[in-house]
Write a protein of this length. Structure first.
Length: 85
């Protein structure tokens, strides 16, 4: 399973959806994921990839982790995994 598939699987689990129902152009809001779900997704991503995600739940817009879409999350995780390897 590659990074994209793993990230989508984590997000799908939070959204209680099948991974095949999650597209990269979707936002977390499109998927029905609320702020608590975002935090839980970030923790799951950190654990799955053994990375530290620079995300501030109190000010997500100031975080250096783009959660604007599923695709942007995939790209951010790929970047962080490469930087922290």
């Amino acid at each position: 399973m590659d990074t994209r598939e793993r990230v989508i699987a984590i997000i799908a689990q939070q959204a209680l959806l099948d991974p095949s129902d999650v597209r990269e152009d979707m936002t977390l809001a499109d998927l029905g994921i609320d702020s608590l779900g975002i935090v839980e997704s970030v923790f799951a991503i950190e654990e799955a990839f053994d990375i530290r995600v620079p995300f501030n739940a109190n000010a997500p817009e100031t975080s250096d982790f783009d959660i604007s879409s599923v695709g942007s999350i995939v790209q951010a995780v790929e970047r962080l995994a490469a930087e922290q390897a």
